[in-house]
Each structure stands twice: as structure tokens, then as C-alpha cells.
Design a protein around this ligand. Sequence first.
Ligand code: ADP
Ligand code: MG
Length: 689
Amino acid sequence: MRQHLTKQAYKSVMAAMENGAKIDREIADHISTGMKEWSIQNGATHYTHWFQPLTGSTAEKHDAFFELEPDGEVMEKFGGGQLVQQEPDASSFPNGGIRNTFEARGYTAWDPTSPAFIMGTTLCIPTVFVAYTGEALDYKTPLLRSLQSIDQAATAVCKYFDKNVNKTIATLGWEQEYFLIDSALASSRPDLDLSGRTLLGHASAKGQQLDDHYFGAIPSRVLNFMRDMETECMLLGIPVKTRHNEVAPNQFELAPIFEEANLAVDHNSLLMDVMRKVASRHHFKVLFHEKPFAGINGSGKHNNWSLSTNTGVNLLSPGSTPMKNLQFLTFFINTIKAVHDHEELLRATIASASNDHRLGANEAPPAIISVFIGSQLTKVLDELEKVTDGKLSPEEKTDLKLNVVGKIPEVILDNTDRNRTSPFAFTGNKFELRAVGSTANCANPMTVLNAIVAKQLMEFKEEVDALIKGKKLKKDEAIFNVLRDYIKKSKKIRFEGDGYGEAWEKEAKKRGLSNNKTTPTALKAKISKKSIALFEDLNIMSRVESEARYEIEIEDYAMRIQIEGRLLGDIARNHVIPTAIKYQNTLIENVRGLKEIYGKDFKKVAHEQMLIIEEISDHMANINKGITDMTEARKKANNAKDAVETAHLYCDEVKPFFEDIRYHCDKLEILVDDELWPITKYRELLFTK
Ligand code: ADP
Ligand code: MG
């Protein structure tokens, strides 16, 4: 930017990035000229507004810099107007009924806080995407609004501890899990191709039981892909850092250094695009689906979240003095309280058809939201819970400062007992939301986390100020008092035990925590009175926006199950059954031949073959019946009275057939001659050398 912008333009972009200052039109012209120069020098021929519509992927429409002047001269043009705002036709993006197609105008607007980048030969400008009437049609808009809320709320609370704080940002470090499959093999399977997961396939004799893949040596073919992909990431400014094998065969993870949340979200979306492109160059298909293979682990995307101030302090990192630790405890306890108050909404933001396979499946956090903080911090909170109501005696104050708040740093350092079964765990200097699905756009959970914590911090400040004013408490006394109340009130969300166990499900029920196991049930929390009010109060989403998103997600759910149902039906009828018949015919031919040779004694030698013939018929009958019944159930679901009922019917009446149909297909897979089987098997897909 320094090389290509005027001093004034540079300052203006920096001010917009740092404080959200407006960029005026004249300056925008300077900036666009600089951007054009820079990108053309780097080989760009086109530009695009790059945004994240509610389809879950990224969108772009390229325009050439090339323009024709009236006198026939050719110019390369990219003005401030084109930088700041564009009008793509919004009618074909999901909008949840916000607009009818005849008034389908929407526009994209430049987000200067996320740097423009060059992908191939295209200059990409990160933008928000909104309807002409102002409603958000993307993930970024509510995220940016939530970041503003958390900035205001957290900064106001920081002033209790340090007057120099005037900006707080949320930070996000995601960890992306994925599978890599040879692309030729993957293309041979219609289910992988069209739904991103295998809908059938018998388990491989060897899967992940030997634990030999996790952190193992990375196969060289995969390493070549990773190096190539990482180079592209670095050129795009994505600070990728960690790479390793995951638990399942052919499963890997990539994590960057954390960044400001909006930038981190953009970088995750961009990374997923880059990975797909680079993978195809290496003849791999990358699978982001949460559960591409049955019987081995699925993939998630841990979201590590914290808050950081302009003074360089991580608010979720304990400090070196009692006062700094009181600040840490304030943000720590308020976050726990926020999750306690909005656990159902947090659960809703990670709900999707594909993540349903993972949550609660004994490999990933359960559908019950709880918070893990470790034994040492539990002790600290237990101590704080005993704080006297109202004014504190000088002795108590000293004791609190020296023995409770003063001791945190060394405590945290040896808090190594990380509980991997918790959906929301404190890991030393950040919270880690582990239930996010690997396909998800992180903006969704991040928006909610920022919103609920912002709301909570505002309430906290009001309560503390009221105690200072009303009861004439000192500032730290008031803070201790309010924190003590929050610890008591949010106790039921804290859980340190095994989140995968059945005992926890029972215990959670007793505690009154929600356990919404499927997407249609979980999504409801998005339009509860409480959630709508939360987003409205903070100006993050209007009622219309909340309801539209709910509608889009509920429809998306039904469509995905519908696609899977159709696919499974097609594969079972067009691939599995014909192959089974072919093999059965071979057996019949064999029996007939034996009869010719052995006469009436043929059963002695044909006995096993005849059993298999019957077994095959039996499985085929079950498959056929399953598909017929499933198709009926789909018809009913499609004709339901509204989208919500359709989604519930797909979930409760259609999806249950999948397992049964699959069971019989998988049995046939291990009966039928391997040479005839037309669908690439798990053992062939999963072990890249
Ligand atoms: P794990 O042990 O869960 O595999 P790591 O300890 O390697 O993960 O860290 C995971 C992620 O947490 C990384 O992306 C890292 O950048 C991120 N992280 C570290 N500190 C913060 C922070 N203050 N805010 C947000 N993310 C953070
Ligand atoms: Mg992690």
C-alpha cells in the first residue's frame, strides 16, 4: 500500500482498518488507482467483489479492467465507484424470502478491514453483500456488526482496569480438518462426487484401530500437495503454520496463526478455495465433509477465540499482577455466563445436516453445550464463590488478592489436563469451540460468540456501576460481588468429566441443559424470542434477518437429505443390485454345472453356493423395499405444509432408511466377487502412499 498509494490514501485506508473511519469518494478514486496499478503489475487482468453468500461458499463475478472509450481507444479502468460498490444480480442466492426475485437487486460493498488479494489473474476485493433494502445476505455483515458490539462492550469493561484501552478485537485461530482422496478414485463414486460423503461402503479391515496415522509421517504425495498449497497461502497472506496427520487414514489438519476474527474468517473461506484448486493440480479431491466415511473419525474445525486490546493484552490470558488477573477473571467468567445463558443458540449455530453425523457420535463433542475450565481454575472459582455479599473486610481483600487472584499464572502453566471431549474448553489463554463442523463458515459461530459475550459484558457493567453508585462499593468490591453471582448462576454449564459418556447425557438432562440432537430441532433456537431480541438489541440482525437465515438453513437441511436419499436410491438400484444379480448368475451357472456333473447328489457340492444365492436375493429384496418406502417418505416430506415440517420429516422419516439400505448394500459388497464390484472400496480410497 505504501508503494502504490498516496500518503493521504494510505492513511485513510489505515484509519478505516483500525477505527472503522469512512473513506470519502475522492480518496477511494486514489485507492482504486493504486490497487489497479499493483494488481496489473502482478499479472491481474480482471477484478471482482469477493463475498460469502449464505450458500456457505464464496462468490465472485469477474470484470475485465479493459474499457472502450467513445473514440475507440482502449483503457484499463478501475475507479473508486467500482471499488466501493457493485450490483451483482442477487436473485439466485439464498435470501430466505427477504425479497422476491422481481426486486432482486442487492449490492456488494467494500470491506477495507480485509485486504484485497490476487487470485490467479483476478484482483479480489472482500465485500459485504446486502439487499437493496439493507438486510444482510451474507455471513460477513452480521459478523462485522458483532465485532463492533464486542469492541464497544469489552472496551467499556476494560476501562475499569486500564484507561488506555480504546479498542478491543476478537481473535480467531481455526484448525481445519480434511480428507484427501485420489481424485480418479473419488470421481468413481457418485456419492462422494455429489454429496461429499460416502453413502455406502463396507468398513476396511484396517481402519484407524492401530492409531498409526495420527501425527504419523506425512505421505510424500500429500506433503507435495501441502507444500504447494502453503506456498499459495503465504502469497495470499494466510499465515498457515501447523500441519499434521489426523486420527483417520487420509485425514489431515492445517492451522494458521490466529488473526483478527473477520480476517481469519475470510482467510478460512479463501483457504478452502485454495485447497480445492491445489488439490486438483495434485490429482486429489479434498473432502471437507464432517463425516465422509462411516466407522472412522469425521472432521471438525476448532474455533479458538479470544479478545485482544489495542494495548496488546489478551484478555483471556492471566497476567502478572492481581489487578490484571481480576481483569482476566472478569472476561473469563463473563464468557462462561454468556455461554450458560445462550447455550441453545450456540448449539444452533453449529447445526447442519453434515455436522449431525459428528456431534454426539463418540468422536466429537456432544450436542450438549458445556464449558470445561480445568481443575485449577475450578478451584479459583470455588474460592471466589465464597466472597462476602456487599463490602469486603480488609483481611478478605488481602486474602483474595494474594491467595486467589494473585496465584493464577503459575496455576495455569501446569494446567495440562486438556479435556478433548468438551465442546467449549478453556485452553490457557483462549476458549476453544470444538463443535464447529469442518464445512462451516466460521462467521456464524463467531457472530454468536461475540454477540452473547458483548451482551453479557454490557449487563456486567451495568450491575457493577449500580453497586458502585447504589451501595457505595469500591470498584473491585463491586466486581467481586457481581462475579460471585455469575459463578453461582452459571454453574450448571460447567462440566469437567467425559463429555462422550452416557452418564453426562443423563446428568445434563437433570441440570436442565438442552440436548438438541438434530439440525431441525437445534435451529429453532435461532428464532426464539431471546435470540431475536439479543440480535436486535445489539443491531446485529433484525427480526427479518434472523428469520430469513432460519428459513435458509432449514431448507438447506431438507435439500441435502433429499439429495442423499436420491443418490443412495440411484446407487443401490443402478450399481449394487445389477452387480449382485451378475454375481448371482455366476453362482447359478455354477450350481447348474455341478448338477450336470453330480446329478441328484449335486447339493453336496453346491450347498454353500446356494446359500449365497439366497442371501443375495434376501439383501436385494431388503434394498428394494427400503428404497421404495424411502421414496414414499420423501414424497410425503415434499408435500408437507411448510419448510419446517418438511425438514422434520426428512430428518425423522426419510433419513432413518439410509442406514438400513446401506447395511444390505455393504453386506453385498463383501459377498460379491471383488472383480465385479463397481464402487471403489474404503480400503482402496483411504490409504494414500
Ligand atoms: P490444539 O492443541 O488445539 O491442536 P494449538 O494449541 O496448536 O491447538 O492452537 C490452536 C490454534 O489456537 C492456533 O490456530 C493458534 O493460532 C490459536 N490461538 C492461540 N492463541 C490464540 C488467541 N489468543 N486467540 C485466538 N486463537 C488463538
Ligand atoms: Mg484444538
